[in-house]
Design a protein around this ligand. Structure first.
Ligand code: FMN
Length: 160
């Protein structure tokens, strides 16, 4: 069966997701961040999450088993943050203020929620890999803070 990549993308894009920025440090200790909507929770006990990482992204080598990373779940007013980290290049951090956790991993202020993780395993996923992390710490904003959503290739928000 021949799959048309555009139609496949359009079809999986019918699944509405939140948007995250996954952060870590590269081998030189420089901040790494990329926008990702492939995030999902995996296990409650132990607490585990995953995201899918494109083999072609510049930050590919920054993710490894045993290394810390963070998942920053974006709030509805962070569309500019999503766009900033969806671009490649170290200058994506220019003029961007952020906190760091105890491992030095960037934590994006104003996020709806943050999960601090440690790489548990990295599995083959075709042109992506599946990065599974064990959650070590987490926090979320109050219910008044709404999520930024992604649906059919565009940003969206929850009806309230
Ligand atoms: C809404 C949205 C969701 C994305 N989700 C993912 C994802 O789940 N995994 C991924 O590897 N890239 C994803 N990307 C693309 C990366 O954010 C993009 O390739 C980024 O430039 C990678 O940065 P880097 O090359 O500096 O590592 C997404 C982009 C957007 C706009």
């Amino acid at each position: 069966m021949t799959i048309d990549p555009r139609e496949f993308r359009n079809t999986v894009g019918c699944f509405a997701t939140g948007i995250t920025v996954i952060t870590t440090l590269d081998t030189d200790g420089a901040p790494i961040g990329l926008t990702a909507n492939s995030f999902t929770s995996v296990s409650l006990d132990p607490p585990m999450v995953l995201f899918c990482l494109d083999r072609k992204v510049a930050s590919f080598e920054a993710f490894a088993v045993g290394k810390p990373f963070a998942v920053n779940i974006l709030a509805v007013d962070q569309m500019d943050v999503s766009n900033r980290f969806a671009k490649s290049g170290a200058d994506k951090w220019d003029g961007f203020e952020y906190d760091t956790n105890q491992d030095g991993v960037p934590m994006l202020p104003g996020s709806l929620a943050n999960l601090e993780c440690r790489g548990d395993s990295i599995m083959d996923g075709g042109d992506h890999v599946i990065v599974i992390g064990e959650v070590e710490r987490f926090a979320s904003a109050g219910e008044d803070t709404k999520p930024l959503l992604y649906y059919r290739g565009g940003y969206n928000e929850v009806a309230s």
